[in-house]
Ligand binder design. Structure first.
Ligand code: SF4
Length: 453
């Protein structure tokens, strides 16, 4: 039987509860039980004036930002529209049906102003991490570290020659932040190599072709992850440069130890973290097992004997080559003592020229040079430890577990929608990465702790 035509009936009174219309299994309902913003007003109070018009409730703005990052809504304008229309979003933001939604422009003022000055997003990220620890999701023994490129809000078509660019008199916020971070090892001073191209709208972003596709301006988001449940233990924004990313890894490990007493037994990472000084720091300073492939530039690609064919004698501090001859740092005594290691942290060992000249193995050992040279790092013990670990079953499983960090980056870009930044400058990248990592941890809590206390 055909039913009656459905027409809107304008009722005089409604009995309506938003609470009843948000499904029990809605992701925001599950996340809500882990969001504790009770101290946010006290935290931000010093950043508000004691006079003037009352502000928008900061808790409402933070809740809206959590909705935005959780549901992949990156535009603040669209976020305001969606919160206005969506009942679940209204419920999460503690807005009843008639309550007005703040204007999108208030976000911009607060995000670039008091939220940034107070480092609010770092505070919120750490609060959520504390909850993860309290719920037993963080084992604290096995960590993984990695970095991922995120496109900056800077067009590749407006790039200029770095040598020809100078900051304008009326410098924008992003330009000012670039000037402030010129000596920062996470950004401009990460490497001595100066960039050739630069974006006038966001000069701290680096022009990179590391993805193998067309080059673009980018920042790196760095994650330190507990491998038990893939909880993000720390997050840092850096320039997309290997040295800056390794520096961020050190900083995050030290901060996790200092702030939360988390002291990992092992760290899994890729070759970008396998430099000699990084391995030396992990093993000798921190006592952490490096499940990291050794970054070795001395590997021969011409088929010559590899370094492993040369036997090191620790007592005599010399190598013995496959032809049975000795390689030493010096073959004569100098009046003036020379530094043991070069500026690169390596000590060089040489065979005698006459030994190599008379050797039948020379074509297989040093076909182009007159004598064979072996470089030994100041941290060779740590490098050897990493090589030995790489042969174990534990390394196979840690390499597999390390994929969890890459999965988090895939989730960040595909579900959270952070494949391109909306805020400019190092602080903009930092804010966005902290918010996104916090939301990823909240989603993890919602998934793994179905009945929170
Ligand atoms: S070429 Fe020189 S270093 Fe190489 S095996 Fe012969 S003697 Fe030893």
């Amino acid at each position: 039987m055909l039913g009656p035509r459905q027409e809107a009936q304008g009722a005089l009174f409604y009995e309506f509860s938003i609470e009843d219309h948000v499904p029990a299994d809605h992701v925001l309902r599950r996340i809500d039980s882990f969001v504790d913003l009770t101290d946010i007003r006290c935290f931000l109070a010093p950043y508000y004036s004691s006079t003037g018009r009352p502000s928008i409730d900061p808790e409402l703005m933070v809740r809206m930002l959590i909705v935005g990052y959780c549901m992949g809504i990156r535009s603040e304008r669209r976020l305001c529209e969606d919160v206005h229309l969506n009942l679940a979003y209204r419920w999460f933001c503690r807005l009843d049906l008639a309550a007005p939604v703040p204007d999108h422009s208030t976000f911009s003022k607060n995000r670039h102003g008091r939220f940034r000055d107070s480092d609010l997003f770092r505070h919120l990220f750490e609060q959520v991490l504390e909850r993860c620890i309290a719920e037993g999701l963080v084992g604290g023994d096995q960590f993984g570290v990695d970095a991922s490129l995120i496109k900056a809000d800077a067009s590749r078509y407006t790039k200029v020659e770095a040598a020809e660019w100078s900051p304008p008199v009326d410098a924008s916020r992003a330009v000012q932040e670039y000037l402030d971070t010129l000596d920062d090892a996470a950004f401009s001073s990460a490497t001595m190599v100066k960039p050739k191209a630069l974006s006038p709208s966001d000069p701290a972003a680096r022009f990179t072709g590391a993805n193998g596709d067309r080059a673009f301006f980018a920042y790196s988001t760095n994650y330190l992850v507990d491998l038990d449940n893939a909880v993000i233990v720390d997050v840092e924004a850096t320039a997309p440069i290997r040295q800056a990313e390794a520096g961020a890894a050190r900083e995050m490990i030290l901060r996790a130890k200092e702030r939360f007493g988390l002291y990992p037994e092992m760290l899994a990472a890729d070759t970008a973290y396998g430099s000699a000084d990084m391995l030396g720091w992990l093993v000798e300073d921190e006592g952490i097992e490096p499940h990291i492939p050794v970054f070795d530039k001395s590997e021969r690609k011409d088929g010559a004997f590899p370094k492993t064919d040369f036997i090191y004698d620790h007592e005599a501090d010399e190598y013995t080559c496959p032809g049975g001859k000795t390689l030493k740092p010096y073959w004569r005594t100098f009046k003036k003592t020379r530094p043991e290691f070069g500026k690169d942290g390596f000590k060089k060992y040489f065979a005698r020229k006459e030994d190599c000249a008379a050797c039948a193995l020379k074509p297989k050992c040093t076909p182009k040079q007159a004598t064979r040279k072996i470089a030994r790092s100041r941290y060779e013990g740590a490098r050897q430890m990493a090589r030995d670990i790489a042969k174990t079953d534990a390394y196979v499983s840690s390499s597999y577990a390390r994929k969890k960090v890459e999965m988090l980056f895939a989730h960040l870009k595909r579900i959270i929608g952070l494949d391109r930044l909306r805020l400019r400058g190092p602080n903009g990248a930092k804010d966005e990465f902290h918010l996104a990592a916090m939301v990823q941890n909240l989603r993890k809590l919602a998934k793994l702790v179905p009945d929170p206390a």
